[in-house]
Design a protein around this ligand. Structure first.
Ligand SMILES: [Zn+2]
Length: 429
């Protein structure tokens, strides 16, 4: 479809900086074909009025477990190990076929409603998440969570399932769907298993999504077992030679930071989840200074408890100021770059994350007349410090309108709410 977005204030990324330009934006098929002057040959089939609105590249959630919306507000005020082993895993064991689809659909609704157009997911049940991505219209990089020791039977089976799923779904949804492999964490996968997973990732030519250095218990356990930090351990396996997104990275030595920078590992920081599970605060300013590509994630709704990247952006740009007593620690501009440009780089999707001719039309239109956004003194500051996600009015992914004036298109939100509430009740969430 050919869409014209008229006279919106567009957030343009140029020369490592953000600027605003009041422009017409033309979309043809899945691509942005002009920003500024409307090409003479362009005839729009649909027109969106952008006056009084801010057009931003859709936000990129670089770490989540979308199906976990099922567990929202059911495991709170617990320390990490009690949360995971005492509460989440027993509930997960009760999930049945089809549950993950509904939980993922609910997560997708929440992400679209709050301006997220692409996410990197880790989950336990294949096919259902891919189906949700294809049906909803959102863009995603999917990765089935893998747990294993050496060449044990269960670990091998999970990897085989993941590889089979990739062969069925990669590139589906008009190219919106791609994959990584996801060895869950160094405390659930031993180095030999990680090497087996790496081999498959190499053969498939895809990257790795994992959790690293999230909490102190993990750090202690890995030190006791292997005599080094989780980052050092994973470096020794050779995994960082593959494109890697490492979620959390909260507890890092200076040497760990050097290793991440040297190996061009992307770090997905999840400030709200880290706070809620009392894991601490990641050294994001130090990572940025070292040149690490930091991107932003919400983690699952079981530890956040929303998938709203605006809330995450606010936390990201506030917490490091307070902790470091430095008002420049992570600026609003840096935060927005982390949630867009850096997210695209982390996921290896160089066609998204910016409003630019030739990029995919993954966009969110934000109401500048919302009371909390007025007056429009500084839109960058407004995005980081004033917005809460409810100002997102219209969302486009791959040139398709997924939400218009806050109404989701082609998604039966009422049915999704009903199904997820039923699942939560059944598993005792
Ligand atoms: Zn996670």
């Amino acid at each position: 479809m050919r869409i014209l977005i008229e006279k919106a204030d567009c957030l343009i990324y140029e020369d490592n900086d953000f600027n605003f330009k009041n422009s017409d934006v033309c979309i043809d098929g899945d691509l942005i074909v002009s920003v500024g002057k409307i090409p003479e040959s362009f005839s729009a089939e649909g027109v969106i009025d952008g006056r009084g609105k801010l057009l931003i590249p859709g936000l990129i959630n670089a770490h989540t477990h979308a199906y976990m919306t099922i567990f929202r507000n059911s495991a709170d005020d617990l320390m990490f190990n009690d949360w995971l082993f005492g509460r989440i895993l027993p509930m997960e064991d009760k999930l049945e076929d089809g549950d993950s689809y509904w939980g993922t659909m609910l997560g997708i609704c929440e992400m679209i409603r709050t301006g997220t157009t692409c996410y990197l997911d880790m989950y336990i049940k294949g096919d259902e998440n891919a189906r949700a991505v294809c049906e909803s219209g959102i863009r995603a990089v999917l990765s089935r969570g893998l747990v294993g020791k050496g060449n044990d039977k269960d670990g091998a089976m999970r990897l085989r399932e993941a590889v089979d799923e990739i062969s069925r779904w990669n590139g589906k949804g008009n190219g919106r769907l791609s994959f990584m492999l996801a060895p869950h964490a160094p405390y659930t996968c031993d180095p030999d298993y990680i090497k087996i997973v790496m081999q498959s990732a190499k053969e498939l030519g895809i990257g790795i999504n994992t959790h690293l250095s999230e909490g102190r218990v993990e750090i202690k356990e890995i030190y006791e077992k292997y005599g080094c930090s989780p980052i050092k351990l994973i470096e020794k396996t050779g995994m960082f030679s593959l494109k890697t997104v490492a979620a959390h990275c909260v507890h890092l030595s200076d040497e760990d930071i050097e290793i991440l920078a040297e190996n061009k590992v992307s770090v997905a920081t999840n400030p709200v989840s880290n706070l809620k599970l009392a894991n601490g605060v990641a050294p994001v300013p130090k990572l940025l200074k070292a040149g690490v590509n930091v991107c932003l994630g919400t983690d699952g709704a079981a530890s956040n408890n929303t998938l709203n990247l605006f809330r995450e952006l606010s936390m990201l740009t506030l917490i490091h100021k307070g902790v470091n007593e430095d008002s420049q620690a992570v600026s609003a501009k840096e935060g927005i770059k982390i949630a867009t440009v850096n997210g695209a780089a982390a996921l290896g999707l160089d066609g998204i994350g910016q409003i630019k001719v030739g990029m995919k039309a993954d966009l969110a239109l934000i109401d500048l007349n919302a009371v909390n956004m007025v007056p429009n003194n500084n839109p960058v500051a407004a995005l980081a410090y004033s917005a809460n996600g409810s100002e997102v009015q219209t969302v486009i992914v791959n040139g398709e309108i997924l939400m218009e004036n806050r109404e989701l298109k082609g998604i039966d939100e009422e049915r999704i709410r009903y199904e997820v509430a039923g699942i939560a009740k059944r598993i005792g969430a």
